[in-house]
Design a protein around this ligand. Structure first.
Ligand SMILES: *[C@@H]1O[C@H](CO)[C@@H](O)[C@H](O)[C@H]1NC(C)=O
Length: 296
């Protein structure tokens, strides 16, 4: 399937003269990209909509069939309506193994009428502890909104409806590790986390309101697909721009946020962010090294 799609892209690329730009799986159908990982009986398919259910017995989760290096993954989600206290819906990319990398969106439910919180986190070489939390500028339970992760050799950007809410910049020049040599899968799941998720764990899941349902549509992966049959080093080579090949994320204009996006990020941080590990001096008496270099 993806061969056909990349073939088509090559043709489109030739017609429109992208020249040597190479790309990508660029697919949008759930079945082409993903498969259920657990609790198959907690999935409902309604045309283009997918619903994941959480009840007393189980949550549910799905994952991408392939792994990728660099690109953009997008999903539209409508979060659990009404009482979602104690539930967490996550959308993330992750590699495998003890030194894994991970980029997380975690949507923390709340009691009826109280706002969801969005937690993001980044693991590099198996180490996380880079949480940020924000409120949203809309009610994420009323409509579908798009949540995306852009991953390039230069940065990781988290986007909500195309507004950047977080940028994690490659600071290898300051001696800090950056995730860029492990293929990552794309995952989503809903589960019960009432020991910590809502108001610090004080509010428990009310199972009388189950099933809790998260709805999905608009799946998109525009990324370099890795082959399972070759070594990590070969995948890195395949997915890295060189003289004859160039990926869209290596375009000079995409190496950092544009002016408009920078303003959006400043606005999000000023108006909506209420926790940033970088400023949590109780937890980190010594400021984490990457925070020293953050421009925002
Ligand atoms: C839930 O609502 C309370 C009260 O508005 C708020 O303090 C909290 O940040 C919200 N989110 C979570 C996940 O508890």
């Amino acid at each position: 399937m993806s061969v056909g799609i990349s073939g088509m892209l090559v043709v489109v690329g030739l017609i429109f003269g992208f020249g040597s730009m190479v790309c990508c799986v660029n697919a949008t159908k759930f079945d082409e990209l993903f498969q259920p990982s657990w609790a198959f009986d907690h999935f409902d398919y309604e045309g283009e909509l997918l619903k994941l259910k959480l009840d007393r017995n189980s949550g549910a989760g799905f994952g991408s069939k392939s792994k990728y290096m660099f690109g953009k993954v997008t999903i539209q989600i409508k979060l659990v309506e009404g009482d979602s206290a104690g539930t967490v819906t996550a959308f993330y990319m992750s590699s495998d193994g003890p030194n894994h990398n991970e980029f997380d969106f975690e949507f923390l439910g709340n009691t009826t009428g109280e706002p969801y919180s969005v937690q993001t986190n980044i693991y590099v070489n198996g180490v996380g502890n880079r949480e940020q939390r924000l409120s949203l500028w809309f009610d994420p339970t009323k409509d579908f909104h798009s949540y995306a992760i852009v991953w390039s050799p230069k940065h990781v950007v988290f986007l909500v409806d195309d507004t950047p809410i977080r940028v994690h910049t490659n600071m290898e020049k300051h001696g800090l590790p950056f995730p860029k040599d492990q293929p990552m899968g794309v995952y989503s799941s809903i589960w019960n986390a009432d020991d910590w998720a809502t108001q610090g764990g004080r509010i428990k899941t009310d199972w009388n309101h189950a099933p809790f349902i998260a709805s999905y549509k608009g799946f998109g992966i525009n990324a370099c697909e890795c082959s399972v049959s070759v070594t990590a080093a070969e995948n890195v080579k395949k997915c890295t721009s060189n003289g004859s090949n160039r990926f869209w994320w290596d375009e000079p204009t995409l190496q950092e946020l544009n002016v408009h996006q920078s303003h959006q990020l400043v606005w999000v941080r000023a108006r909506h962010m209420f926790y940033d590990y970088c400023t949590d001096t109780a937890r980190f008496p010594v400021k984490p090294a990457e925070c020293e270099h953050h421009r925002h």
